[in-house]
Design a protein around this ligand. Structure first.
Ligand SMILES: O=C(O)CCC(=O)C(=O)O
Ligand SMILES: [Fe+2]
Length: 239
């Protein structure tokens, strides 16, 4: 496939972080966006400050049992080809089997969090439609509540997170409607591609509800309701 612009890489000042511009072509971006918005509304989980949708093998922090989940929401081909490309190009050691789609309207964000041990310690974030600042916090220092770096994620870029960036830092997006450079934010989609460890590997007995890192109580309930709707499985005990 021809590329409108060739990918360029920058290495931010955090070990284990790498940013590649124009990883997606504009037609790929369009195709993925179209696919995501063709999904029926039921798999979307609406949180108070963003919406999310996920595909693939559940992590131990997700709700549905793996076999059932796969039947319901396998990775669509436009997204599994991205997982394949990341693996084939050596950007991810483990081919992603879990993809989270986050949708942010202007003014929405995600609280500082780490992706945690339910996944292999490498994540790839592909951005679509609008640029956003992703802030990084060093959890080992006293001023850990102040970002030490902000990655400016352009549409179609790829951010690779591994090593210290995965284990020693938190990342988050401030809830504001302009970026630091003064440009107004537009609707943004991101794909977070990771490899969920099997529940056995993690020592868990059964998958639990997907709990977004920044979930508030009613967000947890929204996640539980969404999965009850999708799987037909009652999770009353988790409420
Ligand atoms: O939307 C983003 O760029 C960040 C998403 C994220 O941190 C996550 O899904 O864990
Ligand atoms: Fe994250």
């Amino acid at each position: 496939m021809t590329r409108a612009t060739s990918p360029t890489t920058t290495t931010p000042p955090i070990p284990g972080l790498r940013l590649i511009y124009e990883f997606l072509t504009p037609p790929e971006e369009h195709h993925i966006q179209h696919h995501i918005y063709s999904e029926p509304p039921s798999p979307w989980v609406t949180l108070s400050h963003r919406r999310l949708l996920w595909y693939g093998t559940p992590a131990s922090t997700d709700v549905a049992p793996p076999h059932k989940y796969r039947q319901i929401h396998p990775l669509p081909s436009c997204i599994s080809s991205i997982a394949q490309r990341l693996h084939a190009q050596g950007h991810q050691t483990h081919r992603a089997n879990h993809v989270l789609v986050n949708e942010y309207r202007p003014g929405q964000g995600i609280m500082p969090h780490e992706d945690g041990p339910a996944y292999e310690p490498e994540a790839a974030i592909v951005s679509l439609l609008s640029a956003i600042d992703l802030d990084w916090y060093d959890k080992r220092i006293e001023s850990r509540h102040r970002p030490v770096y902000s990655a400016y994620l352009l549409p179609r870029s790829l951010l690779l997170i591994s090593g210290a960036a995965y284990t020693d830092y938190l990342h988050g997006i401030a809830e504001c409607d302009v970026n630091r450079n003064g440009e107004p934010r537009q609707l943004r989609l991101s794909l977070t591609l990771r490899h969920a460890k099997s529940v056995q590997e993690e020592g868990g007995e059964e998958a639990g509800p997907y709990v977004a890192p920044d979930a508030r109580r009613h967000d947890r309930l929204a996640a539980v309701h969404a999965f009850e709707r999708i799987t037909g499985r009652k999770l009353g005990a988790l409420r």
